[in-house]
Design a binder for this molecule. Structure first.
Ligand SMILES: Cc1cc2nc3c(=O)[nH]c(=O)nc-3n(C[C@H](O)[C@H](O)[C@H](O)COP(=O)(O)OP(=O)(O)OC[C@H]3O[C@@H](n4cnc5c(N)ncnc54)[C@H](O)[C@@H]3O)c2cc1C
Length: 167
């Protein structure tokens, strides 16, 4: 899909929404106080799409914000004049092993548990509210009743696929 935004073209495999309803939803969060409207909302169809969006933003001086379940507040996950990336569709749980799980960052903890529990396994720590994404909780949260003092959800994470700012 090729979408003109400003003077530049954004090219992705997935979906790009520019309608008011999609942009307004991406400009809201659980606080409902701060609203930064993006120019577009991308639903990535591949990991390559994330790199494309970041490259496009870096070249054109635009903001990018990945969004999970938008449960953070004060506009933390919003992208004024840029691109909000809706990560909810990137939610596959790829592999469950005794000591680790490989999943997409858009998976919720409920989806992770649904994959691990049939094998009699569960993550060592979980947020109390399971309908948050792994990516969102590791970025800003990651605490719950099962969390040891001083240990956040990110601490036991073994490896990440990181997308650098230049894509
Ligand atoms: C009802 C409610 C219950 C909550 N319960 C808990 C709890 O039990 N434990 C806890 O720790 N916190 C909790 N929180 C706090 C906090 O809102 C969450 O930790 C966080 O928002 C969760 O993820 P999300 O999917 O909603 O992320 P979002 O709010 O969508 O995103 C949060 C931040 O992470 C970034 N982000 C999202 N996805 C990615 C990604 N894939 N890669 C990189 N960055 C990303 C966003 O840009 C943003 O900056 C709760 C909040 C609410 C409103």
């Amino acid at each position: 899909m090729i979408v003109p935004i400003g003077q530049a073209l954004l090219v992705v495999d997935g979906d790009v929404r520019r309608d008011l309803a999609s942009r307004a939803a991406a400009a809201d969060d659980f606080g409902h106080i701060v609203h930064h409207m993006p120019e577009a909302v991308v639903r990535p169809g591949s990991d390559g799409d994330l790199a494309s969006v970041l490259r496009w933003a870096a070249r054109n001086g635009r903001r990018v914000a990945p969004q999970g379940r938008r449960h953070s507040v004060f506009g933390r996950g919003q992208a004024a004049g840029g691109v909000a990336v809706d990560m909810r569709g990137r939610c596959a749980v790829h592999s469950v092993q005794r000591d680790w799980v490989v999943m997409d960052a858009g998976a919720t903890w409920r989806q992770v548990l649904a994959a691990t529990l049939p094998q009699g396994l569960a993550p060592a720590t979980l947020p109390d509210y399971l309908d948050l994404t792994v990516g969102g909780t590791v970025s800003v949260g990651g605490v719950g009743a099962t969390t040891s003092p001083g240990v956040c959800r990110a601490t036991p994470s073994a490896s990440w696929r990181l997308s650098p700012a230049e894509g």
